[in-house]
Write a protein that binds this ligand. Structure first.
Ligand SMILES: C[S@@+](CC[C@H](N)C(=O)[O-])C[C@H]1O[C@@H](n2cnc3c(N)ncnc32)[C@H](O)[C@@H]1O
Length: 215
C-alpha cells in the first residue's frame, strides 16, 4: 500500500512523541547539560537581546532556558513533538513559559507568520534524508530569516553517526552543507565537537554559522 504524505508526517510525529514519552530528557543520546557551542556562536553573532531567535527541533533542550537567563527577550521554539514542548514548559514554569513563542509542527511543512534574526538547529536538519524535505526546510529558512540573519546549524559530521534514535541521518562537512544551502548564505565559522552521550559513547558533530546575504 502506498503511503500518503499525511501518513508520513504522522509516522514522524509518532516516533518523536514516543521518544519524549518514554525517555527522560537526560537519557537521550543528544542530551547536553549545557549547549556551549551553540551559546558561544550566538554570542559571536553580536545580536542584541531584543533579536528574534528561533530554535528548530528544540526537543527538551535547555538552549531556550539559557537564552532567557542571558536576557534574550524574543524567543521562539518549534518541535514536531508536543511532548517535547511540554517538557520545556514544565521545567520553565508558567511565568517563563509565557515569555516563549511555542510552535508545534513539522519544519518541512510549517509556516511562520514573521521573520527572525537567528535560526538555530541542533540535530534536526540531519534527519531530513530526502532532497524534497531538505529543499522544503531550506526554503522555509530563506523565507523566515531576515537578510543579514544568522543560521546556526549543528549536524552529525562526516565520520560521525549514520543513525540516531533508530532513524537514518545525513552527515555534513562545510562543502556539503554549503552546496545544499546554495549561494544565499556565506559561511562564517565551523566548529567540530566530539559529543559525549549519557552512555559514555561519543558522536562527532559539526557546527556551522552561516549569515544570510542581503541579496
Ligand atoms: C536529536 S533531537 C535534538 C533536540 C535538541 N535540538 C537538542 O539539541 O537537544 C531532534 C529533534 O528534532 C525534532 N524533529 C525531528 N524531525 C522534525 C521535523 N520534521 N520538524 C520539527 N521537528 C522535528 C524531534 O522531535 C527532536 O526533538
Amino acid at each position: 500500500m502506498s503511503k500518503k504524505p499525511g501518513q508520513v508526517v504522522n509516522q514522524k510525529n509518532n516516533h518523536w512523541q514516543q521518544v519524549y514519552l518514554e525517555k527522560s530528557p537526560s537519557s537521550v543520546s543528544w542530551y547536553q547539560n549545557s549547549p556551549d557551542h551553540s551559546l558561544t556562536l550566538v554570542t559571536k553573532t553580536g545580536i542584541s537581546q531584543k533579536a528574534a531567535i528561533l530554535d528548530i527541533g528544540c526537543g527538551a533542550s535547555v538552549f531556550v532556558d539559557k537564552l532567557l537567563a542571558e536576557g534574550f527577550k524574543d524567543l521562539s521554539v518549534l518541535d514536531i513533538s508536543a511532548h517535547a514542548l511540554d517538557l520545556i514548559k514544565a521545567r520553565l514554569g508558567p511565568s517563563d513559559s509565557a515569555k516563549i513563542e511555542w510552535h508545534e509542527g513539522d519544519i518541512t511543512k510549517y509556516s511562520f507568520r514573521r521573520r527572525y534574526h537567528l535560526w538555530h538547529d541542533r540535530a534536526t536538519f540531519h534527519f531530513l534524508t530526502t532532497s524534497e524535505d531538505r529543499s522544503a526546510y531550506i526554503s522555509n529558512l530563506k523565507q523566515s530569516l531576515l537578510p543579514g540573519g544568522h543560521f546556526i546549524l549543528a549536524t552529525f559530521a562526516v565520520g560521525g553517526p549514520k543513525k540516531c534514535s533508530g532513524l537514518a541521518t545525513v552527515q555534513y562537512d562545510a562543502v556539503r552543507i554549503s552546496k545544499e544551502l546554495g549561494d544565499g548564505f556565506y559561511l562564517q565559522e565551523t566548529i567540530q565537537e566530539l559529543h559525549k552521550t549519557p552512555f559514555d559513547t561519543t558522536q562527532l558533530f559539526s557546527y556551522f554559522w552561516f549569515i544570510k546575504k542581503h541579496h
